[in-house]
Design a protein around this ligand. Structure first.
Ligand code: NDP
Ligand code: MG
Length: 385
């Protein structure tokens, strides 16, 4: 039996992880966290009977306590960041699925690693903000960071059986998002509703906007650099609109190995949970004849500036990726509240990257400080405080 916690169990990845658990009888859910969605928490308790639940949104404390009473819940209930860390470090668990959104996932991930837990990592913002530190910590504590992001799972699967020195390149694929082929004039008029419609994937709001700006691919570029210890120069980005080839690895003999599958996150989730084994699928089979064509093209970097901004942050190193990530989280939140336009997202990120440029070497405490400073600056500027 494998024992796990899921942090961010009420979201898109969290829900799909629970779908996988319905089939995986050898994996037991011990702890969960939700932020504010008590309806989902209620359903999870009734179906999975976790021993510990955490509600991170402290404003929901009373409502949550009422819910627990009404359910006669006899497990442990905890709240806030302290609760999140508790759920992520329970002595009984072997692995934590990090399916919460945003760099708020960094602290619980770090604590889980220190407690010797393997990580099934969906929460890419954590690796973008502090990939260097997180991976070093994982090596020190000999825990595995198992990628859930579909591209990184594809790369991880393609790398099986190879040696690091045999890897020439990572070929990271991108769907191109809902506005592929559009120009800047078009993007100026993009609304919240338009950006929330992704052609191939149904996901949480933040990552859906990131996919539309191509910032998601920028985040994944940085995520890949740290997960697989490959220099940025050796990571290429290819637009592949069908989202069937989830990514590829080119080896030193110029052989390219790819992983293909339907666009269904249960596949990488199930792989991460069972690694190194494969179990009968939850995901639907892929019908290549129905897909017909697999095409590849270069990304339009002039129009979708998210890619270049993320690459610049990556190449500058230090705290720039953390700054870029926090600015992007704030910018996406402002766009979702309809306070800024679609293209303004790039400007908010770029301005923050210039303003918070020379912050010195990266340490965990400096990442948290940079995060606070960047958010405070942007919130002041847009009168969110
Ligand atoms: P969702 O928005 O669907 O879910 C987010 C989860 O995080 C929810 O459980 C939410 O709780 C919780 N949450 C929100 N804010 C906070 C907070 N401040 N503190 C603690 N928990 C919080 O996101 P997704 O499932 O789409 O994405 C989750 C992560 O996985 C992201 O990092 C994303 O980039 C990554 N990812 C997602 C993919 C997808 O297909 N969805 C694919 C690849 C990666 P509640 O709802 O209760 O408020
Ligand atoms: Mg992805």
């Amino acid at each position: 039996m494998k024992y796990i916690s899921i942090i961010g169990a009420s979201g898109s990845i969290g829900t799909q992880t629970l779908e996988v658990l319905r089939k995986e009888k050898e994996i037991q859910l011990v702890g969960v966290s939700v932020h504010s969605n008590l309806e989902r928490l209620r359903a999870i308790i009734l179906e999975f009977h976790p021993e510990v639940v955490c509600i991170t949104d402290e404003d929901r404390k009373e409502e949550a306590q009422d819910l627990m009473r009404s359910l006669h819940y006899s497990g442990e209930v905890c709240f806030g960041m302290e609760g999140l860390i508790h759920v992520s470090t329970l002595p009984k668990i072997d692995l934590v699925v990090t399916s919460l959104v945003g760099m708020v996932g960094l602290r619980p991930t770090v604590e889980a690693i220190k407690a010797g837990k393997d990580i099934a990592l969906a929460n890419k913002e954590t690796l973008v903000a502090a990939g260097e530190l997180v991976m070093a910590l994982a090596r020190k504590h000999q825990v595995q960071i198992l990628p859930v992001d579909s591209e990184h799972s594809a790369i991880f699967q393609s790398l099986q059986g190879s040696q690091p020195h045999e890897v020439a390149k990572i070929l990271l694929t991108a769907s191109g998002g809902p506005f592929r082929g559009k120009d800047t004039a078009f993007l100026q008029g993009v609304t919240r509703a338009m950006a929330l419609k992704h052609p191939n994937w149904v996901m949480g709001a933040k990552i859906t906007i990131d996919s539309a700006t191509l910032m998601n691919k920028g985040l994944e570029f940085i995520e890949a650099r740290w997960l697989f210890d490959v220099p940025y120069e050796n990571i290429d980005i290819l637009v592949h609109p069908q989202s069937i080839v989830h990514s590829m690895v080119e080896f030193c003999d110029h052989s390219i190995i790819a992983q293909l599958g339907s666009p269904d996150m249960t596949l990488p989730i199930q792989y991460a949970l069972n690694y190194p084994h494969r179990h009968p699928a939850v995901a639907k089979p892929l019908n290549l004849l129905a897909v017909g064509q697999l095409t590849f093209e270069a990304p339009d970097r002039q129009t979708f500036r998210g890619l270049d901004l993320a690459e610049l942050a990556g190449k500058r190193g230090g705290l720039q990726c953390a700054v870029m990530n926090s600015a992007n989280e704030e910018a996406v939140a402002l766009f979702l509240k309809e306070k800024i336009g679609f293209l303004d997202i790039y400007d908010v990120v770029e301005e923050a990257m210039e303003r918070f440029r020379d912050l010195g070497d990266i340490t965990l405490e400096k990442v948290f400080a940079a995060d606070e400073a960047v958010r405070a600056h942007i919130r002041r500027k847009y009168k969110e405080v």
